[in-house]
Design a protein around this ligand. Structure first.
Ligand code: SF4
Length: 327
């Protein structure tokens, strides 16, 4: 079956699937006032619809799946969904991005269901700052869950830290100490402008060039990038077990190697994180007989994929905050 290819010849082995928009954290750069449910209960994709979606994407070259949200661990059927993904032919990697609040309680179940990689959002190792950024005094607990994950044989355990000027941009020494003897990767992510965070963005956005230069000056080496890898530039150092990744969406060539598509928790295909439109797929996930129609639709929609985002021009598309599409 032909892989999905866009007009620039890029292929898409990586799908980011949002399981819900709800989240129980109040991260200052995303949902500072917390998640607000709409007037009517929202029907997120069901496990059956997700099974059909994953079969369709796997049939057109998807090899890596990332489960996101909101906060994916709020789904009571999360282990079932991980199991469905693990049982879908063609899917080789099943990763999840979580705020870590349920790690200690649910990690074993997710691992047993087939989860192969884990990203945990930890914007600071300092519990006081963690609380200031997320609105929750759970930093110590989350890090304890990360330590647990390091012992469960995951292919990869990574921490996502959004770079925030004046809030956590002086913590490199603490991070270096943390990853010296741990097989873990810290991702420093440039704060992205979204529809709702302009003022915050202006106060706290920090480009990653200086940080990256200081790593190079300190002997960190840039590693080659795998075909289904995320957007990070990954660095290693002979004196450290851990690695550092830099995710710099504001760097000029960021989108040239785009290899991922997104589906929202309501079943809309998003060709780009900062795209102007979503393409409803849910109506094609209602029976197993619709697979050919789903696959034909995916091929057709890829023709609409743009070369890149418009963040440099201040265009944030239809993304009010990252919880709405799973980052
Ligand atoms: S911003 Fe859009 S085009 Fe660029 S890498 Fe992300 S999803 Fe791809």
């Amino acid at each position: 079956m032909a892989c999905l290819v866009d007009p620039l010849g890029r292929t898409f082995p990586y799908l980011r699937l949002s399981l819900l928009e709800a989240c129980n954290f109040h991260c200052s750069y995303c949902l500072p006032d917390g998640y607000r449910a709409g007037p009517r209960p929202t029907r997120w994709l069901t496990a059956e619809e997700i099974a059909r979606l994953l079969r369709g994407f796997a049939a057109v070259g998807m090899r890596k799946l990332r489960l996101t949200g909101g906060e994916p661990s709020l789904r009571a059927d999360l282990s079932k969904i991980i199991g469905i993904a693990a049982g879908t032919p063609g899917i080789e990697k099943i990763a999840m991005t979580t705020n870590g609040i349920l790690l200690q309680r649910r990690l074993q179940d997710w691992r047993a269901a087939g989860l192969t990689a884990l990203n945990v959002s930890v914007d600071s190792l300092d519990p006081v700052r963690f609380k200031a950024i997320t609105g929750h005094d759970r930093g110590v607990e989350v890090i304890a869950g990360v330590e647990q994950a390091l012992g469960l044989g995951f292919d990869a355990v990574k921490l996502n830290a959004v770079l925030l000027r004046g809030l956590n941009d002086d913590e490199l020494p603490a991070w270096l100490a943390y990853l010296r003897d741990r097989r873990i990767s810290i991702r420093f992510i440039e704060l992205m402008r979204t529809g709702d965070n302009l003022e915050y963005f202006r106060r706290h956005h920090l480009r990653s060039e200086d940080l990256e230069q200081s790593l190079l000056d300190a002997g960190w080496q840039l590693l080659p990038r795998l075909a289904d890898a995320g957007p990070a530039r990954e660095y290693r150092h002979p004196e450290y077990q851990g690695r550092i990744g830099i995710i710099a969406p504001y760097s000029r060539d960021f989108c040239a190697s785009c290899n991922r598509l997104r589906v929202t928790a309501k079943g809309d295909l998003r060709l780009c994180l900062f795209g102007e439109f979503g393409i409803p797929l849910r109506q094609l996930l209602q029976s197993d007989e619709q697979q050919a129609e789903l696959i034909a639709s995916l091929h057709a929609q890829l023709g609409l994929k743009q070369a890149g985002h418009g963040l440099h021009e201040g265009q944030t598309g239809m993304t009010p905050h990252l919880a709405s599409v799973g980052g």
